[in-house]
Design a protein around this ligand. Structure first.
Ligand code: PMV
Length: 324
């Protein structure tokens, strides 16, 4: 019996300029570049053990055995790089305050990429890890790095990866997550984004405007310009959700409570507080703001949401190996 084991921790990331559509579904090549912030509070720990006695891959999430079709094709990519390793047992735990809500495939596949490749004896560079993580979930491409991260779309497997823009964020930025629903998404991101690519008449305009947003947002990060970054992130998110409404059949991730949170943020802004929101493939609202102003924003959100629904998060680190 030969056993090879490794554990890794990866943090989730929230896109400020979104990835929403693929040009190659198999290689997971995105239509456009994106920009995200990796967060400290939300992460996944994953242990991978390849063992010659195993006869199949088995996946445990938070100590429960889970049937999924996503793990084996991903581990097959690792086995292609080292055909000596056999099947694996994978143990993952998601660390998010109050369980679920923000658990993300980004942290899951970034942690799996590092744990599995290390257990298989491969010593991948961060760029190679980013390319590997991409094959599990697009947003995982960016969770290899900490802080602000750009995913360059590329044209092939070789040149579609993330690069760090500002890994050790030393300026005043924070993200408040308003947890509205912990349920599974109504429409998976995979299905939703593909539907807009094939049916929304606005899709070409999305690509043009997102490319412009991306360059401006990278510049805003470099200049530590929170207001400009927030403006760009909010309008980019609203355009992504407008694509969903313009698809056939149309769909939306908003819940009534999402609109309540968005209105609170807009009102605070009209009172001179620098805060902006973004939403992904679900109803939760994430607020971009400064640490200095977050107490006032939390107070305003508390008129409509419980303390458990409002979670503070700060820039977090990239993927790393941890003790098994
Ligand atoms: O990587 P996926 O399949 O979880 O898709 C992520 C899509 C968004 O979160 C909405 C945007 C993004 O860039 O992360």
């Amino acid at each position: 019996m030969t056993s090879q084991i490794a554990s890794a921790r990866a943090h989730t990331n929230i896109a400020l300029i979104k990835y929403w559509g693929k040009k190659d579904q198999q290689l997971m090549l995105p239509m456009n570049g994106s920009l995200s912030l990796t967060l400290d509070h939300f992460y996944t720990d994953t242990t991978v053990e390849f063992n010659s006695i195993y006869t199949e891959d088995t996946f445990y999430l938070d100590q429960k055995k889970i049937e999924t079709t996503k793990i084996t094709p991903f581990l097959d990519l690792v086995r292609q790089m080292n055909p000596q390793v056999g099947f694996a047992r994978i143990y993952s735990s998601n660390h998010v305050p109050n369980a679920a809500g923000l658990a993300s495939s980004a942290s899951a596949f970034a942690a799996l990429a590092l744990a599995a490749s290390t257990a298989a004896g491969l010593n991948l560079t961060r760029r190679e890890l980013s390319r590997l993580a991409r094959r599990g979930s697009g947003s995982a491409t960016r969770s290899i790095y900490g802080g602000f991260v750009e995913w360059q779309p590329g044209t092939s497997d070789l040149d579609s990866y993330a690069i760090p823009i500002d890994e050790k964020v030393d300026w005043d930025i924070e993200m408040l997550a308003v947890i509205i629903d912990r349920q599974q998404k109504k429409i998976s991101s995979r299905t939703g984004m593909q539907r807009v690519v094939t049916t929304s008449p606005y899709y070409p305009a999305w690509i043009t405007s997102t490319n412009q947003d991306l360059s401006a947002a990278i510049q805003a990060v470099k200049e530590h310009n929170l207001q400009l970054l927030g403006q760009l992130a909010e309008s980019n998110a609203l355009r992504m959700h407008a694509l969903n409404l313009s698809a056939r059949p149309p769909f939306s991730y908003f819940e009534p409570a999402s609109l309540v949170a968005m209105e609170i943020i807009e009102k605070l802004r009209s009172e001179g507080i620098c805060c902006y929101y973004t939403l992904d493939a679900g109803p939760n609202v994430k607020v971009i703001c400064s640490k200095a102003e977050s107490p006032q924003i939390i107070r305003a959100l508390s008129t409509a949401f419980t303390p458990e629904q409002i979670v503070e998060a700060f820039p977090g680190p990239g993927v790393k190996l941890i003790e098994c």
